[in-house]
Structures are given as C-alpha cells and as structure tokens.
Ligand binder design. Structure first.
Ligand code: GDP
Ligand code: MG
Length: 461
C-alpha cells in the first residue's frame, strides 16, 4: 500500500463524555464560528461527521496569542457528529480504533461522572490520545463572558474570586484524573503532552476556549501522530450505520479513512447471513451548508478520497452489519480475491459468534452494531452474566422465540432479552408477553445491567 510521506490525511476526532456535559453544544459552537462569519469557509456537513478545513480552523486560532501560530500539514479536522460510546466503539478497523484523538468533555461544576469513567476506560483500552474540554466555565459564579475569546485571555480578565474558584475546581479535576491513572495539566502549563493530558477550559455557550480547543487538536495530531496520519492509497473504510432512505432503499453510512472510493467499485461488506458482495451505485454526501436550496437531498460524487463521511447506495445491503469494515476488490474481483475478502470481512463477527456458547444457558443480547454488541458482551462477561444468544439490529419475533427456550430449561431469569440501542418490533413485544419473555431496553450499558440485576434479585428472592 503506497504511503505518501509528504501528504497527511485529516485526523478523525471523536467527542465523548457524560450526558449533558455539552458535547453537542461544543460541536454546534465550533460549527457556528464559520456560519456566523458568513464566509465560504467550507465547513461541510458530512454523513455522521463534520469536515472542518484548516482555513476555518486557522481563522479561529489566529485569535490566540502570538507565538502559537499553527503550522498546518493536515488538510482538515473530521469531527464525528454522533457523540457517544456508540460511534466510538464502531470506529474501528482490524481491532484498533479509527479515532485518532478524542475530546473528553467534563462539566467543570460536576467533575468526573459515571459515563466519564466509562469513556476513560474505552480510551484506555483503545489507547486513544485525548484532550479534556473542561466545559461550562461560564457557570463559575460571576463569570464575565468574553465571547469566542481564547480562554488564556478570558481567564485573567475575571475577578480574583472567579479565578480562585476556577483554580480550586481545576485542582479537584486533576486529583480525580490522577485517581484513574492519568496525569493532567491545564494546557498552557502542559510541558509534556505525551505524559500529561491537556485540560482546556471551555464554554460552549459564550465560546471561551473554543479557539484553544481547535488549536490543540491540530497541534497535537500533527505532533503526536504524523506517521499515523500519512495518506495511504490502501482502502480503510468503516461502516457506521445501516439506514433505509426513501427513494434509495437500504444504504450504508461509512467513514473513509484511507484510499479512494469510486462509483462502480465492487465492495465486500459483513452481513448477518454472510458476506455481501455488491457494486457502488452512488457515493453521496449532504450539500455544503451554503447550498441548502439545491434540489435533491444529496450531492453525488464519481469518486471520493479519505478522510470523509459518505453514504453509499448499492443493492443487497439490507442485512449489513454496522461497526464492521468495508473492503474493495483491487484486481477487478476474481473469484479467488472475492473468496479471501469474504472471509476477511466476516472475521470479527465470526469471532464474536464463536465466543458465545449458544447451547448453554444465559440471556439473549441484541445490539445496534458490532461495536456496541462487543462492548455489551465484554461488560456482561466482567459481570458474570452468561449469554446464550445474540443478534444485531431490531428485536424480531424469532429472537423472542429463541429466548423463550430458557423457560423450557427452567431458567426463567435468563428468558430475557437485553436490547441495547435497538428498537423492539410490536409483534416481538406481543409475543414476549405471551411467552413470558422479559425485554429490557436501554441505550446505556449499565442501565441494562441495573435493570437485569434488579430483576434477578427479584426472581431469586
Ligand atoms: P450533551 O448531552 O453532552 O450533548 O450536552 P448538550 O450539548 O446537549 O448540553 C446539555 C445542556 O447543557 C444544554 O442545556 C446546554 O445548553 C447546556 N450547556 C452545554 N454547554 C454549556 C456551557 O458551556 N455552559 C452552560 N452554561 N451551559 C452549557
Ligand atoms: Mg448530545
């Protein structure tokens, strides 16, 4: 695979953190920097991602004090929109994370919360570098807003008692990070970004610290990972979501992190019933923000280079599995090559299937994607809850039928479906009622766990 040393691709940035810490708001704020300027900065909405060209980033970071000028080797930042564990666990290829750097959002008034801990665990497991947005600084009592100002300027402009409260909360945060095994330091005092996590105070409401955040993302990715970001012609493409779109049928949303995709390419995708081989009918992205009135929902591309978020329209994608990689034929698709690709594309899913004893007793788990299924299975294993069946996608009647076999085996507590981030079909619900199968649904793993353990305690008295 040809690597091009003097050409870097855009880093993939993910946002993680506890609910309500301001993940969505921070992203909105970053986006608005450009929309409000009314300039054609070229920030574009992509499938599952937002593409920030470096010009737009540079305009914001130019407000930072002199001496912090950005050298720019990367073309853009690709920030993944759907924030949360979901998108993060899906963003992987051959077992490693596709997320190059993460923003972990912490509410400065609340410190580290339960889902912050989950996020930290995930980042640790995947060895993903991250920076911390210490958000909602405007909630510090008596904070004077300095809209869209670098926080290194906004902070010294505050009254002494505000600065004191900030320092106290900063120290508490550092202690909390130390307790989970991370050295951390506010970014302007951080002399060693390899050993210390940088903390960036931000407000997603008034915008203090947003320029600082962008500056850090660019400078850190270039400093720490220029090797990883080297542009390669080898295709790296991850399937994020499977979606039915009116007029297009079943489509897949992918993040392309390496190589080039073209209309007419033969692709190989992991499917619930085996590998899917199909031809790219169309490569689609939303219209750039400035061209919203253009007719039709999507722009069609003859070919697209990494890194980008793309919707692919093709036949036969109904049973595609989200959270897996997409492969492409290189020599036009000889039968030998296709056979290799079929095996390769099914590998992760096959590994998961064999890890579960489907003849044993245990709960039935169902998740939206391979990544979330994996996360759920790992969690259940560490909690010593046995699993006897699994599936990906909405809960159907046949899932209930399989689950109900636990009743015949006199294991009523395991006649339970743990449904993670997936809908339950109406008929499945009715059948569950009839067969006395329990369904627990949640979009946070430990909520499922809490419901199930409470139910077990109840049954076992
Ligand atoms: P998410 O769940 O992490 O995506 O959080 P949201 O972005 O939805 O924000 C949750 C709530 O906190 C919303 O009511 C936001 O308006 C508010 N919020 C987010 N960031 C800030 C901030 O920096 N300052 C203040 N005061 N409120 C914020
Ligand atoms: Mg949100």
């Amino acid at each position: 695979s040809a690597r091009t040393p003097d050409r870097l691709r855009s880093p993939i940035v993910c946002i993680l953190g506890h609910v309500d810490t301001g993940k969505t708001k921070i992203l909105d704020k970053i986006r608005k920097t450009n929309v409000q300027d009314g300039e054609a900065g070229g920030i574009t909405q992509q499938i599952g991602a937002t593409f920030f060209p470096l010009d737009a980033v540079k305009r914001e970071t130019s407000k930072l004090a002199a001496g912090r000028a950005l050298s720019h080797d990367i073309p853009a930042l690709l920030i993944i929109d759907t924030p949360g564990h979901e998108s993060f666990t899906n963003l992987r290829s051959r077992g490693s994370s596709l997320c190059d750097i993460a923003i972990l959002v912490v509410d400065i008034m609340h410190g580290l919360e339960p889902q912050t801990m989950e996020s930290i665990q995930l980042l640790k497991q995947r060895k993903t570098p991250f920076i911390v947005a210490l958000n909602k600084v405007d909630r510090l009592y008596d904070w004077k807003a300095k809209p869209m100002t670098p926080v290194i300027d906004a902070l010294p402009a505050q009254k002494k008692h505000v600065q004191d409260e900030f320092k106290r909360r900063l120290e508490e945060t550092k202690v909390a990070f130390a307790e989970v095994g991370f050295n951390s330091e506010v970014y302007w005092d951080n002399d060693d970004v390899r050993s210390h996590v940088s903390l960036v105070p931000t407000s997603a409401i008034s915008g203090e610290g947003i320029p600082d955040l962008l500056y850090l993302l660019v400078s850190l990715t270039q400093k720490l990972m220029s090797d990883r970001l080297m542009w390669t012609s080898h295709l790296e493409c991850t399937l994020l979501e499977v979606k039915v779109i009116e007029g297009l049928g079943t489509t897949i949303d992918v993040i392309l992190t390496g190589g080039t995709l073209k209309e007419g390419d033969t692709i190989v995708v992991c499917g619930l019933d085996g590998a899917i081989v199909t031809t790219v009918r169309a490569l689609l992205t939303p219209h750039p923000m400035k061209e919203m009135r253009v007719k039709g929902q999507y722009v069609r591309h003859a070919s697209i280079e990494a890194a980008q978020g793309i919707k692919i329209s093709a036949d036969g994608l109904d049973r595609a599995v989200a959270g897996t990689q997409l492969l492409i034929t290189e020599d036009g698709g000889s039968e030998e090559e296709l056979d290799l690709l079929r095996v390769e594309v099914m590998k992760d899913f096959a590994t998961i299937l064999t890890a579960v004893d489907r003849s044993g007793v245990g709960v039935y788990v169902q998740a939206s994607t391979l990544g979330s299924l994996e996360a759920l299975l790992a969690f259940l294993e560490s909690s010593e809850i046995p699993v006897a069946g699994l599936n990906i996608g909405p809960v159907h009647k046949k899932d209930i039928v399989k689950t109900s076999t636990m009743i015949e085996r006199k294991k009523k507590e395991y006649a339970t479906v743990l449904a993670f981030d997936v809908p339950v079909e109406k008929e499945a619900r009715e059948l569950a009622e009839e067969l006395d199968v329990r369904i627990f649904t949640a979009d946070i793993i430990y909520h499922l766990f809490d419901q199930f353990t409470a139910y077990m305690d109840d049954i076992r008295g």
